[in-house]
Design a protein around this ligand. Structure first.
Ligand code: PLP
Length: 640
């Protein structure tokens, strides 16, 4: 449908920046240049160089890579780590806190080797460590980082093999901490450490009563599935005392949820945990580390509120609140300040990845024109519908809206029963959608939009067919209705005159994006440009570096996208550091147990039979089987 066209005579790049909220959610990494192109900067400094995303797309295409592509910007990752450490350093200095800050990156948030390697490299000067939640993640951590001052925090359920691996790591000088999630893990740790003659560093995960708001509220509270309650914690302390191993208890861990939108919950959690920490020291445990888990949120919609996709605090405020709370409570209790660990995943990696894709086609919402005169013999309900169309206005909006739906439904029934003609039904449908378009326009002018009109925008929107899979590249958009900023990466100095939703190329009605970021609410449609003939239209989904890559699945056998890793140089150029080709059709078929050779052999024999039956010539057989084999080698997405 048309965006209020007449209202804007002129449109500038700044108008687009405001419309899409780029300065609100972009955190200083994303801007629009005067050519109307979206740009990336390596850090939020005002004078940082900016690289145009369309230039990057062109560079990628010239190198022969197809859309969709996931871009990883190494400098942004570096900037995020620097920022986190700078904020904690500032808070520590300001409050004269006596401990240090030791960040760890939870591998599960983005397990890709290049990302974990980059984090380890950029975090080296700060002794930034890794968090592993499984044996595989521990192996990834130990094979990536060896810094005796960086922590390797082992969460998750642990069998003997997991425990052995962590103990061997301790023997090699890794600062590897085994966090007990379930009371039964302690026996294995005691037994294996005695056997291997190594003193373990033990941590314990606590179920706090504090619950954080937002989507992950179940991660906290008494009924959370992970961690020990206070009674179990006391049993653990007594058991360690009995085994003469209380001196191994070094860390208290908790995690009350990811993406905590409200700073009050963060403060409340750290307050409760500080009290538990004090209690453990008073019981005689040496301790030394307080690990707050994840939760530092990303402001996906840029609203800076306690809405679930946002946060009502800055990183600086997060750090000060934590350091101040722990410092004050522990000083008061005369307990030495511990080193603070956070397991910030989302806030570390979200900004550095961008998904780019092209639009393949558009289904426009343009109701066909209605003839001036309606047939004499039209049904009374049809005439009534036409009357609604002529007379609907703000005052009768709700009444006429409901009447139109009633009439349309009744007339559909009449059509089923053979009482009105196909041509009359077509007229009814067109009139109905015209009425809906007027109703939507009028409803937008109301101070409060009644519930029944909320979805109308999306129903009247154009459908832009996008070359990607929601299930593979934005699983959280489908599974938990996470919103991500989505913006055209060019033509931003042109007024977007259409509004649309995105449909991906899976054959699934859930394969769509119809929720978009907004400062005040979620939008049901996205302002977009008309497609131009013979010109690609590219969109970017931003802030997709956390959780999306490995949670994605192979719905409709659309596989991993191409990945390109870039570094922005100080002179404003970009270097492509690494290209990782996405899955081929053969790759995804092998994941679901097909053998490409078998498929080819079968298909060739079908083609040979067709030659024998003279359905095709041998030359045609060659063309057809070549196309089949090329298909197996090709990208799983639309190529052009
Ligand atoms: C134990 C633990 N630590 C850290 C994280 C990362 O959280 P976030 O991405 O919010 O920083 C999670 C994620 O849920 C988690 O379960």
């Amino acid at each position: 449908m048309n965006v209020k066209k007449d209202k804007f005579e002129h449109w500038s790049a700044e108008d687009s920046a405001t419309l899409y909220g780029i300065n609100d959610w972009g955190a200083g990494y994303f801007h629009v240049n005067e050519k109307g192109e979206l740009t990336i900067s390596p850090n939020p400094d005002k004078d940082a160089p900016a690289v145009s995303l369309p230039d990057i797309v062109q560079g990628i295409r010239e190198r022969g890579m197809n859309m969709p592509v996931l871009i990883r910007v190494s400098n942004i990752l570096e900037s995020r780590i620097n920022q986190l450490h700078a904020s904690f350093r500032k808070a520590i200095e300001q409050t004269k806190y006596q401990g240090k800050y030791k960040g760890v990156f939870p591998i599960k948030v983005n397990q890709q080797q290049q990302v974990v390697q980059d984090i380890s490299r950029y975090g080296r000067e700060f002794h930034h460590g890794l968090e592993a939640g499984s044996k595989a993640e521990l192996i990834a951590a130990l094979g990536t980082l060896h810094d005796p001052e960086a922590c390797v925090v082992c969460n998750g359920y642990k069998d003997e093999e997991f425990v052995d691996l962590a103990l061997f790591a301790s023997m090699l000088g890794y600062r590897c901490i085994l966090v007990i999630e379930m009371p039964s893990e302690l026996d294995v740790i005691i037994e294996r450490s005695r056997m291997l003659k190594v003193k373990p560093m033990i941590g314990v995960r606590m179920k706090l009563s504090t619950r954080a708001g937002g989507k992950w509220t179940e991660s906290g509270g008494d009924r959370s599935v992970f961690g020990l309650n206070t009674a179990q914690l006391m049993e653990l302390v007594d058991y360690l005392k009995k085994e003469d191993m209380l001196d191994c208890l070094r860390l208290l861990h908790y995690h009350i949820g990811s993406q905590i939108p409200n700073i009050r919950d963060i403060r409340s959690g750290v307050q409760e945990a500080s009290r538990v920490y004090i209690g453990l020291v008073q019981e005689g445990a040496p301790m030394g580390y307080l690990d707050l888990g994840g939760g530092l949120a990303v402001d996906y919609d840029g609203s800076h509120t306690n809405y679930q996709h946002s946060r009502n605090y800055t990183i600086d405020e997060y750090c000060v609140d934590i350091i101040e709370t722990v410092g004050e409570l522990l000083t008061e209790a005369n307990v030495p300040h511990p080193d603070i660990i956070t397991e910030s995943g989302r806030a570390t990696v979200a900004y550095s990845s961008i998904l780019l894709f092209n639009i393949l086609d558009v289904a426009r919402f343009d109701p066909v024109t209605i003839p001036d005169k309606i047939p004499e013999n039209a049904h009374d309900l049809t005439k009534d519908l036409m009357n609604i169309l002529s007379n609907i206005n703000q005052k009768n909006l709700q009444e006429f809206f409901h009447d139109a739906i009633y009439n349309r439904d009744e007339l559909r029934l009449l059509f089923k029963n053979g009482r009105i003609s196909l041509r009359e039904r077509a007229l009814v449908e067109s009139a109905f959608w015209h009425i809906m378009a007027v109703a939507n326009k009028e409803a937008q002018k109301l101070a409060y939009i009644p519930d029944e009109f909320e979805d109308l925008d999306a129903q009247l929107a154009d459908i832009y067919y996008a070359n990607f899979s929601v299930f593979q590249s934005l699983p959280d958009s489908w599974a938990i209705h996470q919103v991500f900023p989505i913006v055209p990466i060019h033509r931003l100095n042109e007024r977007p005159t259409r509004s649309g939703i995105l449909s991906d190329i899976t054959c699934d009605c859930d394969g769509k994006v119809d929720k978009f970021v907004d400062l005040h609410d979620e939008l049901h449609t996205l302002p977009l440009h008309e497609l131009k003939p013979d010109e690609e239209y590219y969109l970017g989904v931003f802030l997709v570096g956390a959780y999306q890559e490995t949670l994605g699945d192979l719905h409709n056998l659309l596989g991993d996208t191409n990945v390109v890793s870039i570094t922005i140089s100080p002179d404003g150029h970009f270097d492509i550091d690494k290209e990782i080709e996405g899955d081929s059709v053969g790759d995804v078929l092998s994941y679901v147990e097909y053998d490409s050779k078998e498929l080819i052999t079968f298909f060739r024999s079908v083609a040979e039979r067709a030659v024998r039956k003279k359905m095709i010539t041998p030359a045609q057989r060659k063309t057809i089987t070549n196309a089949f084999e090329d298909g197996i080698r090709g990208y799983t997405y639309f190529e052009r």
